[in-house]
Design a protein around this ligand. Structure first.
Ligand SMILES: *Cc1c(COP(=O)(O)O)cnc(C)c1O
Length: 388
């Protein structure tokens, strides 16, 4: 029996993918309300056949690279997005043939070799990267697919639009490179005004490419938030990550699409004792019992990824009830104030559902002043149990 583990509900993952597809299709499909007929018919042109690149970087956001990818592949996902070449190696070794895009950059010959070997499409945002790829592809007499990244406001990877045109021409002249896609990324898709200004810049760049007679298949920009907030960003491929896992970048976005959390995180009660009024709990003595209390010790702490900043803030579920964390979270132990029903060995929900109660990743992120992404990525190294 493990001290702590995560359960991954693969049917929730399939559900979320279907929800995303449904939303894409709704926009593409003609007419719900006659009032909007005109507008919808117009938009149909741009959104028809929007494909999905599922972002599975960082061990599928801590959910488990292989099981998540295999499930998505069975659902006929169009593309997989990684950020480290070991992910490509694992996917190809497992026999996955689905197109893969490396969203990160490569910086040396060895990495370029791997891109060619595993037939991965590569993000390109410099001549240096184009040259590395072109050289290795030529050596093996192969053609590498590349996606040119444009910086329209992210300030990270990517070239500015003017430079993008020159780089696109440069790529087109390399016979071992195929410009398969062009893309950009949003730093703050909750800000619709800024996002739409980025889209305008990106579309101007796309027109520039057309003028130059440069062809490519995919144009993409939408991450989870942009997908939920701004259909203008869908283009012909979307790149959702977080929402596939049933987590919202921000909880108010749950209005936009119903999703099911894929991950739940569990541990056990390993010790119980009663303490008298005035007794303190844990390091720093940040919590003092105001009356006689029953305290349960849980077999997790910040060493397992339960943030220290959740001390005296978060709650857990045991036997269908909600109980507060008291005192500071320790490296491998955390204390909870419980009632008389709780027993040693009881399962504890840190994230997930029990009875009619639920603890969301988004809630823990808010309490510990971080983002939901960081909470789940921390759980990568724990034991994973797959269901559904
Ligand atoms: C991680 C990543 C995504 C996915 O972002 P979510 O907010 O998880 O949907 C999309 N595009 C790029 C370039 C990324 O790095």
């Amino acid at each position: 029996m493990k001290r702590t583990w995560v359960e991954i509900n693969l049917s929730a993952l399939r559900y979320n993918l279907r929800q995303i597809r449904k939303k894409l299709a709704n926009k593409a499909n003609p007419v719900r309300s006659p009032r909007h007929r005109q507008g919808i018919r117009q938009r149909q042109i741009t959104s028809n056949g929007v494909k999905i690149l599922a972002v599975i970087k960082d061990n599928a956001y801590g959910h488990g690279l292989l099981k998540v990818s295999q499930t998505l592949v069975k659902e006929r996902i169009d593309y997989l997005g990684i950020s480290d070449l070991h992910e490509a190696r694992e996917l190809r070794k497992a026999g996955i043939k689905t197109p893969i895009l490396n969203l990160g950059v490569i910086s040396c010959k060895e990495e370029a070799e791997e891109i060619v070997r595993y037939e991965v499409a590569q993000t390109v945002c410099s001549r240096r990267i184009a040259d590395l790829l072109s050289k290795q592809a030529a050596r093996r007499d192969k053609k590498v697919k590349v996606h040119l990244k444009i910086d329209t406001g992210m300030g990270r990877l990517g070239v500015f639009p003017e430079e993008g045109i020159r780089l696109a021409k440069y790529i087109s002249r390399r016979k071992n490179l195929q410009l398969e896609g062009v893309f950009t990324h949003f730093p703050d898709a909750e800000d619709r005004r800024f996002t739409l200004s980025q889209i305008r810049r990106f579309k101007a760049f796309l027109r520039g490419l057309t003028r130059e007679g440069i062809n490519f298949i995919y144009q993409h920009s939408a991450n989870s938030t942009a997908f939920l907030n701004s259909p203008e960003t869908w283009l012909n491929l979307i790149r959702p990550g977080l929402i596939l896992y049933g987590i919202y970048p921000n909880l108010y976005l749950s209005k936009k699409l119903k999703l099911k959390p894929v991950l739940s995180w569990r541990t056990k009660v390993v010790y119980i004792k009663d303490i008298p009024k005035g007794w303190s709990v844990s390091y720093g003595r940040t919590w003092i019992a105001s009356k006689r209390e029953r305290i349960a010790v849980l077999a997790i702490g910040y060493g397992e990824g339960y943030f220290h900043s959740l001390s005296n803030k978060a709650r857990v579920l045991i036997r269908g009830n909600s109980f507060p964390i008291v005192g500071n979270v320790c490296m491998d132990q955390t204390m909870v104030r419980v009632n008389g029903d709780v027993k040693i060995g009881d399962e504890v929900i840190l994230i997930g559902q029990q009875g009619d109660k639920q603890i969301k990743v988004e809630e823990l992120a808010k309490l510990s002043k971080t983002i939901p992404y960081e909470i789940v990525c921390r759980l990568s190294h724990l034991a994973h149990i797959y269901k559904g």
